[in-house]
Design a protein around this ligand. Sequence first.
Ligand SMILES: NC(=O)c1ccc[n+]([C@@H]2O[C@H](COP(=O)([O-])OP(=O)(O)OC[C@H]3O[C@@H](n4cnc5c(N)ncnc54)[C@H](OP(=O)(O)O)[C@@H]3O)[C@@H](O)[C@H]2O)c1
Length: 309
Amino acid sequence: MTANLRKVALVGGSGQLGPYLLKALQADPAFEVTVVSRQSSTASFPPNTSIVRVSDSYQKNEFLDVFKGQDAVVLSLNFPAEQQHHNMLVDASVEAGVKRLIPSIWSGRLDIPEVRQIFPLAASKAGLLEYVKFKEGSAPGWSYTAVVCGPFHDLCVRTNFYDMDPRSHSATIWDDGNAKFSVTTHDTIGLAVTKILRKPSETANRTVYISSFETSMNELLAAYKSATGVPEWKVTHGDVEQGIKEAQEVITSSENFMDRMQAIGRLGLLVGLKEGLGGDFVAEGLSDNELLELPRNDVTETVMKLLNV
Ligand SMILES: NC(=O)c1ccc[n+]([C@@H]2O[C@H](COP(=O)([O-])OP(=O)(O)OC[C@H]3O[C@@H](n4cnc5c(N)ncnc54)[C@H](OP(=O)(O)O)[C@@H]3O)[C@@H](O)[C@H]2O)c1
């Protein structure tokens, strides 16, 4: 029998992704959403949002209280909180009788050993997902859905993680620039969460793969040229293997936080581009876009929108 997942607790409804999850859940009359936010959080939420405050130290007993009576829990946590509290939140969802947990995954592929070897963030996410999977069957009615969405398109455009700089009109094209990879917009991730909760049977106890479109460095460059109205860009060519080595070195040895963040973003991109690592979910036959009836987006239109042109 299909469970009716109506009451949803969203932990981490602010930050980069959280507001889009909240917007989509609030826009769908099927759901009644409660945001769980830290006492010290300065995040603001839309008027009439139901908010429960928890201590900054994220105590399990508080979450047990908050999760009781909730049908679903969605986690979208910042990195240190994820490392420290994710397993406890999984346990609390099981013990409180929640029916569906959407864990704080929101990443690229985690199922390929080489991806986990190359990219420490993927290894860390895979560890979180292992624990979630381990809980399957531990309480009647509890289930999970993990979301793999590739790079956040909005973030990549806004922070130059694609190595395309619309101010200096300069770009790096990796290898021949033709490798396709899946990316997803924040809006589509939000919509996907509502569709997952509306299709609990089809999405139970597995990873769903979503994307707004499959693109390549060459396509992205054409989109940026069109969006900026500048046809001539300064293009540097890079080798994916070499780029991976350099990014790994920065992550392990740099003392500069911003350099490390940029290297993590680059590694996320390169792991999606590297041949054989399955960055194109549609070509790999993994895509759940049709099941979840997700819209397809146009790369140029989205780049223009995100660059405000
Ligand atoms: N695929 C990609 O390209 C990509 C890119 C970025 C992020 N992600 C993933 O998306 C998810 C959300 O990331 P995000 O960047 O949106 O997260 P974020 O902005 O860093 O934080 C999300 C929320 O975590 C809550 N939080 C709990 N403890 C916290 C603490 N000690 N310090 C700060 N915030 C704390 C906050 O909610 P309150 O303030 O309401 O308590 C915050 O708004 C993560 O799983 C991340 O790995 C994926």
